[in-house]
Design a protein around this ligand. Structure first.
Ligand code: PEP
Ligand code: CO
Length: 458
């Protein structure tokens, strides 16, 4: 099937959003070194994620994908990583409990270091320098040396991805995610949150059910003390992805071993472009971001190229229309995919279509708009008889003020207090938890509606 494909065959196609390096020898040397470093993830973890995602195609599981818009090298710190893990765990706990669905946890972490930009150059006070493309490429400071794409950063990024994953794996192996001890991952701030009570009731309820089941079974319930965590990032910098694309013993095909689930960003989803060429040849589950410009023909073309065998769990379609466009944009795409009998996971990214600027020019997102897009996504899928299989959220476990609204009613004026992002605004811990509580309630409602539609046989 992939006989004309090699990890570097994308180089024969037009590759958008790639940096221009001034020293090709230094670049080649860095990529060669990267290709020799040990992998970050394994093929059996990737296959396990794929089979879990196959369940999400038909509503058996729910994907929670979340993390920073862009990770930065400076934030490779234990507290920041642990807080991100905690909020993702809390959200997944809420979804499992209220939505009664097993949750697949995928972080936007351990490699989310490269960013697409709308222009190659940025101009300030008459000076024009290369745009900041993420820490994998250059530095944010506006001076010629910082903005020079530096191949060494590929290695530094890879090392930080390894450090991040190592810490996450150790926390999980050490029992950090043990459902018997949710207090391990209780964020301090939950105590002061307007939603604290609701969350505590859920945790209390789970504790009670666990003890009840264990009393009945006479032993500790297996698997509950362990959770899986998968990694993902936008597969944007193709030399970085290529360097980690390997064959593994006892399995056929090529795996990208830098992340479990890389995704294709909206700006690089041209079916005839280099990114699609690269992605079609790897075995990993693959996300594709789809926005208002996507047409049914384009989407089916992508699906045919990337998932010619219609393998369930291979394709995750991450729709990001914005709360005003989803009602018009999404249904025709769902209908086309259904008609083509493509087995996909539909996942709602309610962040990227809802970015606005405040009067003082800060990029923000309104909690109500985010919630509205998620709610509409649930409604649209339920009307068309398909499943919303997951959500994709930009968030942080820290107490930032980047998105407005939520239970605390964060205003435009309050955003300046702790506005830390260099790229897109993220939900803070409280807003993320509130979103999970509301999504959980929505899933619970859908479960009841489905039950009511099931004929009762006496
Ligand atoms: C992102 O996920 O940060 C991003 C740039 O998304 P999109 O490709 O959907 O614009
Ligand atoms: Co973003």
């Amino acid at each position: 099937m992939y006989s004309d494909w090699t990890p570097d065959s994308w180089q024969g196609f037009e590759a958008l959003q790639q940096p221009t390096y001034d020293d090709p020898y230094a670049l080649e040397a860095a990529v060669d070194r990267l290709a020799k470093l040990p992998p970050l993830v394994t093929s059996w973890e990737i296959e396990s994620l794929k089979s879990q995602l196959a369940d999400a195609c038909t509503g058996g599981r729910f994907l929670l994908q979340g993390g920073d818009c862009a990770e930065v090298f400076e934030d490779c710190e234990s507290n920041i990583i642990a807080n991100k893990l905690k909020i993702l765990l809390q959200m997944s706990l809420v979804l499992v409990h209220s939505g009664k669905r097993r949750v697949i946890r995928v972080g936007r972490f351990a490699g989310q270091y490269a960013k697409p930009r709308s222009a190659d150059f940025e101009k300030r006070d008459g000076q024009s320098l290369p745009s900041y493309r993420g820490d994998l490429v250059n530095a944010l400071e506006f001076d010629p040396e910082s903005r020079r794409p530096d191949p060494e950063r590929l290695i530094r990024g890879y090392e930080r991805a390894a450090l991040t994953l190592n810490f996450i794996r150790s926390l999980i192996d050490g029992g950090f995610a043990d459902l018997h001890h949710p207090e391990y991952w209780d964020l301090d701030f939950v105590r002061h949150s307007p939603k604290a009570q609701e969350y505590r009731e859920i945790v209390g309820g789970i504790g009670d059910s666990l003890r009840f089941m264990e009393t009945l079974a006479g032993r500790q319930v297996g698997e509950i003390d362990r959770v899986d965590f998968f990694s993902s990032h936008e597969g944007l910098h193709l030399l970085y992805e290529q360097a980690q694309t390997r064959r593994v013993p006892h399995r056929s095909g090529w795996y990208n071993l830098a992340a479990h689930m890389p995704w294709i960003g909206m700006r690089t989803a041209d079916p005839g472009g280099a990114h699609v060429e690269y992605f079609r040849g790897i075995e990993n589950p693959i996300g594709i971001k789809i926005g208002p410009a996507m047409t049914s023909d384009w989407l089916l073309d992508l699906a045919k190229r990337i998932n010619p065998d219609n393998e369930p769990g291979r394709l995750v379609l991450i729709h990001r229309f914005g709360h005003e466009s989803i009602a018009d944009g999404l249904p025709p795409l769902i209908e086309a995919v259904e008609k083509a009998e493509q087995k996909v996971v539909w996942c709602c990214d309610p962040m990227h279509g809802n970015t606005v600027k405040t009067q003082v020019g800060l990029k923000t997102r309104r909690f109500d708009h985010i919630m509205s897009e998620v709610e509409q996504a649930f409604d649209i899928h339920s009307e068309l008889g398909t499943y919303l299989g997951g959500i994709h959220i930009e968030l942080t476990g820290d107490d930032v003020t980047e998105c407005t609204g939520g239970a605390r009613g964060l205003s435009d004026d309050a955003l300046q207090q702790r506005y830390k992002t260099f790229v897109d605004p993220r939900l803070n811990y409280e807003q993320s938890l509130e979103l999970a509580l509301r999504v959980g309630q929505r899933m619970a409602r859908a479960n009841i509606e489905a039950l009511m539609e099931t004929p009762v046989v006496f």
